[in-house]
Design a protein around this ligand. Structure first.
Ligand SMILES: [Zn+2]
Length: 471
């Protein structure tokens, strides 16, 4: 312990005076441990290219569970090389591409699933070839829209403990490799990992949810596996359960779906596959947040965006009513509830706490909106469409007290504002966008700051798009 130096005391007094003069300072509190400040990250992974994979994904999608789907990518392996129930992966790809669009991840489980029980060093040295490690990665990149392959899973749990094998996996660009320890002695049933694993190249999980062997002789203790989840939830952490789709029972009343239902839709959970979860940890740890003005913060890291393109959550203490711009885009507000994506931006408020979930490398600006009066006139509206194209429209507004009317026009034609109003400091506009034979209702919410209107365009069924309107 040491006494406070007079200079330090002066500095604190000065900061206090500056804060008082500004009145309502926004304070950075810290980086949330999990996205959206969730209490628990729920991760699921499934192994092997079997015909049961689509049924498993369908079951997960009923409950909003997100998973890493580990597949062996060899197309049409010759029959004698086929790993027990491995069918031709060829038939799975369309369903896997849909799964990626729905927020799952495809991970590599090698090409041919080399397996030896128990393994040994010489087997690992010869089985873990470039063909298996890099080849399966390239198959996934070639056959899906996934931008990167983050996750590896050791076939039969083999070779996970050898540092020279871990190095080969990491050299191919994988950032996490899941194990399956001690199958011969049932050590794989409940490894009990309840947070990020200290060694991501030999990464454990919490427990299996499956019959204990292929013969389905052992029943599943549903009460015990639920209790394990409860304990992770109680303390906070990562709950990662894994399954082999060929060792499950299907149907709403069977144990697998019952467990999915039990862990689903928890308001303080983040549902995320394994690779994006481990990428998140790196993004969180490497991102610097610096004050860059009274209520402006820069958020930056030097990471490769192809691998680490996901979001992180920053916690601020801020006065009521503040709005947040990320690189001049108004962040949409979302209520409490589970998070199930890793690449979205939004703001969630909890009393004086503001949780800002943003992609890294941005500038955050907090501000109190101006009262939305004098909106009558012609505004130029600019936004980036979900397909990445920059668009410009003209917004004509007539304000009569709290009521707004007008029209939105672009090269696609003119569409009237079907409902418009001012609510507190918010501007709310509803229009119907016509295109390709269908009509899409769009609800815009915005705030005014000086001569600009910052809007969030809510397309039905899609993510909000940020727009800026200026005179
Ligand atoms: Zn396997």
């Amino acid at each position: 312990m040491h006494s406070m130096m007079p200079e330090k005391l002066l500095e604190i007094l000065f900061l206090f005076a500056a804060t008082a003069a500004l009145g309502q300072e926004v304070r950075f509190v810290g980086k949330a441990k999990y996205l959206n400040n969730a209490r628990v990250a729920v991760v699921h992974s499934i192994d092997d290219s079997t015909k049961y994979v689509p049924a498993t994904i369908d079951a997960m999608d009923k409950y909003g569970i997100k998973s890493t789907i580990f597949v062996s990518t060899e197309n049409d392996p010759v029959p004698e090389d086929r790993f027990f129930t491995q069918l031709q992966i060829r038939g799975l790809w369309p369903r896997l591409r849909q799964a990626i669009a729905d927020g799952h991840e495809i991970g590599s489980h090698s090409r041919q699933h080399p397996c030896k029980k128990p393994d040994d060093e010489s087997f690992c040295a010869s089985a873990y070839t470039d063909y298996e490690i890099a080849g399966s990665r390239d198959d996934i990149l070639r056959l899906t829209q996934q931008p990167y392959v983050w996750s590896w899973c050791y076939p039969c749990g083999n070779c996970a403990t050898y540092p020279f094998i871990q190095k080969r996996i990491a050299a191919a660009g994988y950032i996490v490799a899941r194990n399956y320890p001690n199958e011969l002695t049932n050590g794989h049933v409940r490894p009990g990992v309840r947070d990020f694993d200290g060694n991501p190249m030999n990464a454990g999980y919490t427990q299996v949810v499956q019959h204990r062997n292929a013969a389905k002789a052992d029943l599943v203790d549903s009460v015990a596996i639920k209790a394990e989840f409860d304990q992770v939830l109680d303390k906070g952490g990562v709950y990662h359960f894994m399954s082999h789709p060929q060792w499950l029972d299907y149907g709403p009343d069977a144990f697998y779906e019952s467990h999915l239902r039990y862990v689903s839709r928890r308001p303080d959970a983040w549902y995320v596959p394994m690779g994006p979860l481990y990428a998140f940890r790196t993004i969180r740890d490497k991102t610097a947040v610096k004050r860059d003005g009274a209520n402006v913060f820069s958020v930056s890291n030097g990471l490769d965006r192809k691998i680490y393109g996901g979001a992180l959550t920053l916690e601020f203490d801020a006065p009521a009513g503040v709005e947040v711009l990320s690189d001049r885009r108004l962040l949409a507000t979302r209520g409490a509830g589970p998070a199930d994506r890793w690449d979205r931006e939004y703001v969630r408020r909890e009393g004086s706490r503001v949780f800002v979930t943003v992609l890294s490398n941005t500038k955050l600006e907090f501000f109190q909106p101006d009262a939305p009066g004098g909106l009558t006139g012609t505004w130029k509206l600019r936004y980036r469409a979900p397909n990445g194209k920059d668009r410009e429209s003209t917004l004509e507004l007539t304000q009569d007290g709290s009521s707004l009317s007008g029209a939105l026009s672009s090269e696609r034609g003119k569409t009237p504002v079907t409902a418009g109003r001012v609510e507190g400091n918010s501007v709310i506009l509803e229009v119907v966008r016509k295109g390709n034979g269908d009509e899409v209702p769009v609800t815009c919410r915005g705030v005014r700051k000086g001569d600009s209107l910052y809007l969030s365009l809510g397309f039905a069924g899609g993510e909000p798009v940020a727009a800026i309107a200026s005179r």
